[in-house]
Design a protein around this ligand. Structure first.
Ligand code: EPU
Length: 420
């Protein structure tokens, strides 16, 4: 028996026209779901996208004894007095964000057992910074048979943590572990991502005492308990940015609403350099795509730099630029698998270490490609929207992991896309 794999089929050549609203950020909602475990009772998260990763996180919550019910884009999480301190391999393997349960459950129950995480195939993705920071707070780790067991023999206490790299996940894990710890914690060289600031906002609504979230120094004064809260998840800048680049790629005219343009300053500024007309409003962005993009150079960096999760989409756009562009990937060691797939469509792209050299071609041509991760699937769809003929992107579930209503949204902008 072969597993049934859904694909996306795209017929290229139609300029996208119209407007869309985006929902809350995947990379915030997933963390908020874990954070809820810090306070027993009923939490409500709104603006939560209906995506596969949120479903998987719902299963993680149910495994630890919480309930998680969805009604439209709101989820209600009921957290028990004593969660089960364990996240199983079959769930963690599917989604790296489940590692955040480590700091959270350790803080709530004094113990956590977590299978080592999986996630997208971007080269090795260690968790040394998570573990180092939690050790500073008093955690002790023991790895046996692929399961990491954390305990805190003397409880968790405030510490001065300094991260070697502003890792998003490590900053979040330390934040989640420290809000209920004894004393004051500072996280230096912290990640500054808006999703992290939104996590801190939710924790503050739960009664936490946090200062500086969204800057590179976060100070957390431990409190003795937290209470449940309702929170609206910050808009998804990656969802908004992806549709904007899709509009630009097709020389279309697209407006994205309910987003925070300030969270996409760098990405939109680079897009404008390709010749697109980009207008930023209060909570909307409009793009008018150029007939043919101009080449640009860009390098990914932690926020407020160019987001690594917007890199494949921009490379797809530059694959048809009027000249040669260079992209440099600084966040992941190996986020290049999608490039071979773009080359199958006729792109002329090669990598040299962390650099990607993109020689613009006149035209891409449709064929079968593998949408190997969330942003790769998005980038290949963007390429397919301009390519000559039909492209089949195998692995529609990758797009479903990160984009609520991906196919329907693109159809509403006039794209010829369906699921097969
Ligand atoms: N790193 C280490 N040691 C650590 C932690 C990270 O070396 O202990 C390295 C990683 O290997 C990677 C870099 O630091 O090379 C960045 O990792 P980071 O911890 O910042 O990322 P993350 O928390 O694992 C989140 C998002 C990713 C996004 C990155 C960077 C979630 C669930 N995931 O991952 O999103 O690419 O931040 O902004 O929030 C996606 O949405 O498609 C996605 C992959």
């Amino acid at each position: 028996m072969h597993e049934r794999v859904e694909s996306l089929r795209v017929v290229g050549g139609t300029p996208l026209e119209g407007e869309l609203s985006v929902l809350g950020a995947k990379n915030a909602a997933l963390k908020h779901m874990v954070a809820a475990l810090l306070a027993p009772g009923v939490h409500r998260l709104s603006n939560v996208p209906r995506i596969l990763d949120v479903e998987i996180m719902g299963s993680v919550l149910r495994h630890v004894g919480a309930t998680c019910e969805r009604s439209g884009t709101t989820i209600e999480i009921v957290v028990p007095e004593t969660p089960v301190p364990e996240a199983p391999l079959e769930l963690v393997r599917q989604m790296r964000a489940s590692i955040l349960i480590l700091g959270t459950l350790l803080s709530r129950t004094g113990e956590a057992r977590v299978a080592l995480p999986g996630g997208d195939d971007f080269g090795s993705r260690p968790i040394d910074l998570h573990l180092g920071g939690l050790e500073d707070l008093g955690a002790v780790f023991d790895l046996q048979h692929g399961v990491l067991r954390a305990t805190a023999p003397n409880g968790l206490h405030g510490a001065d943590v300094y991260l070697e790299f502003p890792s998003v996940g490590a900053t979040e894990n330390i934040l989640l572990a420290s809000v209920l710890a004894e004393g004051t914690t500072t996280i230096g060289n912290a990640a500054r991502e808006p999703e992290l600031a939104d996590l801190a906002a939710y924790l503050t609504e739960m009664g936490a005492d946090i200062e500086g979230a969204g800057t590179s120094t976060v100070t957390i004064r431990g409190v003795s308990e937290l209470h449940p809260a309702d929170h609206r998840v910050v808009p998804d800048r990656l969802e908004a940015g992806t549709y904007i680049v899709a509009g630009a790629m097709t020389a279309g005219h697209v407006t994205i609403r309910n987003c925070v343009p300030q969270h996409l300053r760098m990405e939109m500024s680079k897009l404008a350099d390709t010749g697109a007309t980009v207008t930023l409003g209060d909570d909307w962005i409009t793009v008018d795509g150029p007939r043919r993009p101009e080449p640009i150079d860009f390098a990914t960096l932690p926020f407020p730099g160019y987001h690594t999760d917007m890199h494949p989409q921009m490379v797809a756009l530059l694959s048809v630029a009027n000249g040669t562009s260079i992209a440099t990937e600084n966040v992941y060691a190996a986020r290049f698998r999608y490039i071979g797939e773009l080359n199958r469509m006729g792109a002329d792209i090669h990598t040299d270490g962390q650099h990607i050299v993109i020689r613009g071609v006149d035209e891409l041509s449709g064929c079968e490609v593998d949408g190997c991760d969330i942003r790769a699937a998005a980038a290949l769809t963007i390429a397919a929207l301009r390519a000559d003929g039909t492209t089949t992107i195998v692995g529609a579930h990758h797009a479903d992991r990160g984009y609520d209503g991906f196919v329907g949204n693109l159809q509403s902008l006039g794209a010829q896309i369906d699921r097969i």
